[in-house]
Design a protein. Structure first.
Length: 728
């Protein structure tokens, strides 16, 4: 818990921040107290007297200057004023991030003035003497990044406090007695910050929703969603609207489309997938080429602009894939039924159809609305079996149905030819400088109650790459088709890697005997690919994969096309997953609009939508990551007495991070818990050094650990140090 208030402090009149704001908005203009009162729309005597007091106080604090009796001006000669965002540390201090400044500016705790992590703020930067780092002070909170927080409630006699597990949230939230609602002592609750009086230690809030008891499965999953402002269910009016949509396939609508129902078509998806938003069609041509169709669920046909369903889908912007559930962007009637390209069903699709040679040259392309009939649904494992064995009988242990079955010969030959072509496409991409990130995904076997029974790893194989390459082809060609017309479009862009992060990564991977070449962007991609190849299957693979991904810029949506560095494409968009991504819906709409001869759309409108979709994607990714951490902690709770071999994945002054090799769960061994010697942190060696033995504990070392503490609420693991591996 943070500081406790003896009693809530009533709001007092204080116009200091507002005065600073008025003066800063007109930095070179002088104001007297009457002009400021008029700006603040205050004409009562008490307010005017307070304004005079605040002006005198700000003058004493040297934040403003009294240029002549009764006239005030913002003081600019000793400090500068900027707008940017707050990046909190876990130590109650922060850094101010601003594009106009080369370096991030340190903000001590007492200069935060109620700013919270990721808030948009205005800051004064103090120009310190030579040799001293500049510091900032928050003078105005322009926009809160978030006002809803998840935490555990501690109810006192006349009030309550809510404390969050977020290490960057440095304060509890004070809840007045009449705003506790139905919460009971110790509940996990969602609270909304309503106010933060200037002289109060904590913000004032109210309980919006009771999520349940800490540690309970549903409570923690709903808490993850609530923490990122992600909805757990659809409003009833949206569900009702979706249920009333006519999802029938009509002859009238088929007449408006290219009819491809007679072309061999099939889907390849994860075995547990419910929404199949892409299918491939394959037809050998008489000239020796192949007609390959990438058919995507025609979501925009059902999702009409301006409806409450469309507004809900836009606000969500993406489906969220948690370990035990999917929170879909669209209601089930669309995502799992009407739009899902299910086997043996006719479906409306939006397609990219290519004529491709044996050497993967695209000699013709066509984009437009189609109707298809899916002949077969494959799981990745089934398609992989065909690729590896060339066999047309899927054995029972791999089959989706649990029974062996025979695949039609034309589907087998289509699968094998598509795999052959995909490998050519992939090789060409890699030669062009694409980066191969086949990061191992951690997955869980869950029982009927959602409890983890085991951990397994999902590794991309040929069947995954087959689908990936044809989706990339469609995404790239659609983007190129519009991009070359110079019309407003939604691109998926990816900037070059951050050099500072690459240098930091080099320091770490050098401990394992690897090195990067980053003299120019082309060398970086080749060097990273070589690194990915070298670490494949090694104990340090997960750590180095993670570091490599973090060193890259984040991909995002934008109307300003700078290309996609990671894929080595000049043009790239997202066209292939409109069931789960709203940008793909917008891409379909824009593409059809331009196919119909439309003029370039409003770039500013779509750039705003791109920003929203990128933001929501980031929140969804964080929620997905938290749900994996939660399930890892839950899994390790049931293995308290088991010894695990782990690899040291991080070294800090307070301890070492250890990643368990067999399940990728990461936890911390605190320095005080390593009893074999007295250890201190050596920053130069990036290691812990034993005072007596002078032995090192450094990145990549293997040690045995047991679980000391598994905190479901904080999603943290603490380990006991047992012994070093015999290798060390």
């Amino acid at each position: 818990m943070g500081k406790r208030l003896r009693k809530p402090i009533k709001k007092q009149l204080d116009f200091s921040d507002k005065i600073i704001k008025i003066l800063s908005n007109s930095a070179n203009k002088e104001f007297n107290y009457k002009q400021i009162a008029a700006k603040l729309e205050k004409d009562d005597t008490q307010s005017r007297n307070q304004i005079i007091k605040d002006l005198k106080l700000l003058t004493v604090q040297k934040k403003i200057v009294e240029t002549e009796p009764g006239k005030y001006l913002l003081k600019t000669e000793s400090k500068e004023y900027y707008q940017g965002t707050i990046d909190m540390t876990s130590r109650k201090t922060a850094y101010f991030i601003c594009e106009e400044l080369e370096d991030d500016i340190f903000i001590p705790t007492n200069n935060l003035n109620h700013a919270l992590d990721k808030d948009t703020v205005k800051v004064y930067i103090y120009n310190r003497r030579r040799g001293k780092r500049p510091e900032g002070e928050v003078v105005e909170i322009i926009e809160r990044a978030k006002t809803d927080f998840v935490g555990v409630i501690d109810i006192q006699k006349n009030f309550a406090f809510v404390s969050t597990a977020n290490p960057k949230m440095y304060t509890d939230i004070f809840i007045p007695k009449d705003k506790i609602g139905e919460a009971e002592q110790g509940d996990v609750v969602l609270v909304h910050i309503e106010d933060w009086p200037k002289r109060a230690d904590s913000p004032f809030g109210k309980v919006v929703k009771v999520l349940g008891k800490p540690g309970e499965h549903d409570t923690e999953i709903h808490a993850i969603l609530a923490e990122y402002g992600l909805p757990a269910e659809f409003p009833i009016e949206v569900e009702t609207f979706a249920q009333k949509i006519d999802t029938s396939i009509t002859e009238a609508e088929i007449a408006n489309r290219r009819d491809m129902r007679d072309t061999l078509t099939f889907t390849i998806d994860p075995k547990d997938a419910k929404d199949f938003d892409d299918a491939l069609s394959f037809k050998p041509l008489e000239n020796g080429n192949y007609e390959i169709g990438i058919h995507i669920a025609d979501v925009s046909y059902y999702l009409e602009e301006g409806t409450i369903l469309d507004e809900e889908a836009y606000q969500r912007a993406t489906s969220v894939y948690l370990v035990d559930r999917v929170v879909p962007m669209l209601p089930e009637v669309l995502s799992n039924f009407a739009c899902s390209l299910r086997p043996q069903e006719e479906k409306y699709t939006f397609s990219a159809v290519f004529e491709i040679t044996d050497k993967c040259q695209v000699v013709n392309q066509w984009f437009g609305r189609t109707v298809i009939f899916s002949d077969q649904r494959f799981a990745y494992e089934e398609a992989q079996y065909i690729i590896e064995t060339k066999d047309d009988v899927i054995p029972a242990e791999i089959s989706l149905t649990g029974a062996a079955y025979q695949v039609a010969p034309e589907i087998v030959s289509a699968t094998l030819k598509l795999d052959e072509l995909a490998k050519i496409f992939r090789k060409k991409r890699m030669n062009d400088g694409a980066i191969s990130f086949d990061k191992v995904e951690v997955k869980f076997n869950l029982d009927e109650n959602g409890e983890p029974e085991g951990v397994y790893f999902k590794i991309a194989k040929d069947a995954n790459h087959l689908i990936e390459e044809f989706m990339l082809l469609a995404n790239r060609r659609v983007a190129e088709y519009i991009g070359k017309q110079k019309k407003t479009f939604i691109y998926r862009i990816h900037d070059e890697p951050n050099e500072d992060k690459l240098i930091a990564m080099q320091t770490v991977i050098a401990k394992f005997g690897y090195k990067l070449d980053f003299r120019n962007p082309g060398d970086i991609s080749k060097s990273l690919n070589k690194l990915m190849e070298d670490v494949s299957g090694k104990k340090e693979q997960n750590l180095i994969d993670t570091l490599a991904i973090r060193s890259m810029s984040k991909a995002k949506y934008s109307t300003d096309n700078i290309g996609h560095y990671g894929l080595a494409f000049d043009y790239y968009s997202h066209f292939t997953s409109p069931i789960r991504r709203y940008p793909d819906v917008m891409v379909h709409r824009l593409l059809q609009y331009y196919l119909d001869g439309g003029k370039s759309a409003d770039e500013e409108v779509f750039e705003t939508k791109c920003l929203h979709c990128s933001t929501m994607e980031g929140l969804a990714t964080n929620a997905e990551r938290d749900s994996i951490k939660y399930m890892q902690v839950k899994y390790m709770q049931d293995h308290q007495d088991q010894e695990f071999l782990g690899v040291i994945s991080g070294v800090t002054e307070w301890g070492i991070y250890v990643e368990i090799i067999e399940n990728k769960c990461e936890g911390m061994v605190r320095i005080r818990d390593i009893k074999e010697d007295y250890y201190t942190f050596d920053e130069k060696q990036y290691a812990l050094v034993g005072a007596t033995s002078e032995r090192l504990l450094q990145l990549g070392d293997e040690i045995y650990v047991t679980v000391k503490n598994a905190d479901l609420v904080k999603k943290q693991l603490d380990f006991n140090f047992i012994r070093r591996s015999e290798k060390h």
